[in-house]
Design a protein around this ligand. Structure first.
Ligand SMILES: Nc1ncnc2c1ncn2[C@@H]1O[C@H](COP(=O)(O)OP(=O)(O)OP(=O)(O)O)[C@@H](O)[C@H]1O
Length: 248
């Protein structure tokens, strides 16, 4: 599995002409396991959208280096996923194969075995025919992790994957995150549970509209840094004049 790194060169991301995150400069190392933390509105989801490519930088450049054959796998926040779509658990999980088989590629015997393995890995054997609209939040998250397993990506981005998920499901899905890390995939997760970040994630990026601290989790999550991040987001003025830091 060739690992993928993500390089930011003085990146500004935003909506319309309004920056949501700026002064992003640095690298998420290939094979690293990184948490992205920060207060509400800090720009964490925006950052992931920039990496996936659904949001083009207003300034600067984001480059993925060494991406393997698999695509970037991205799990959006639960609120962004349309659960009313008429789809069975099996079909949702099978969508993880699209990057390889194509939309109309058909599913062969090998693929069916892979889908079964993925369903087993997340504890959803027996749920294959269930419409996704009938799943609990935790079951839906398990199905989405099964889809991620099949995507077989070298870069995996997770936006608040454990929000409103119970302890058992969280523990099971965290095991998959650990497995991806052991397989040398690059994993980036937006998280609010700082205890979990300290326990599981060696690297952390703390942002508050711009990076506050980035590196080894123990250093990044200091009380001073967390306070600074909170103050920066609270002090943010959406009507302020554009930042001049890069203008010289
Ligand atoms: N589609 C959009 N159009 C305009 N502004 C947006 C859009 N999406 C996000 N924003 C704004 O960008 C800023 C950063 O939002 P973002 O969702 O990235 O923050 P976040 O750190 O993920 O927050 P949370 O922890 O609440 O999920 C916020 O001020 C938000 O209102």
């Amino acid at each position: 599995m060739p690992a993928t790194s993500v390089r930011f060169d003085e990146v500004t991301l935003g909506y319309g002409r309004h920056p949501a995150v700026h002064h992003l400069d640095g690298e998420i190392a290939a094979g690293s396991l990184t948490a992205v933390v920060g207060p509400n509105g800090a720009g964490k989801s925006t950052l992931l959208k920039g990496i996936v490519g659904t949001l083009a930088p207003l300034e600067g450049r984001i480059s993925l280096n060494g991406a393997g054959p698999g695509p970037v796998a991205y799990l959006p926040q639960a609120a962004e996923i349309d659960r009313s779509f008429p789809l069975s658990v099996y079909d949702l999980v099978a969508m993880g194969l699209w990057s390889r088989s194509g939309l109309f590629g058909g599913i062969g015997r090998k693929d069916r075995t892979r889908i079964e393995h993925a369903l087993a890995a997340v504890g959803l054997i027996g749920f294959e025919r269930r419409p996704i609209s009938t799943l609990s939040g935790g079951q839906m998250q398990r199905a989405l992790f099964a889809r991620l397993l099949l995507q077989d990506a070298s870069l995996i981005l997770l936006d608040e994957p454990f929000t409103a998920i119970d302890a058992k499901t969280t523990a099971d899905l965290l095991d998959l995150v650990r497995r991806w890390h052991a397989e040398k995939r690059t994993v980036v997760a937006v998280l609010h549970d700082l205890d979990m970040v300290r326990r599981v994630f060696p690297e952390t990026l703390l942002i508050a509209r711009e990076p506050v601290a980035w590196g080894e989790t123990g250093h990044v999550l200091s009380p001073e840094n967390l306070l600074t991040a909170r103050q920066m987001v609270e002090a943010y003025d959406p009507h302020a004049a554009p930042c001049q830091r890069n203008a010289a």
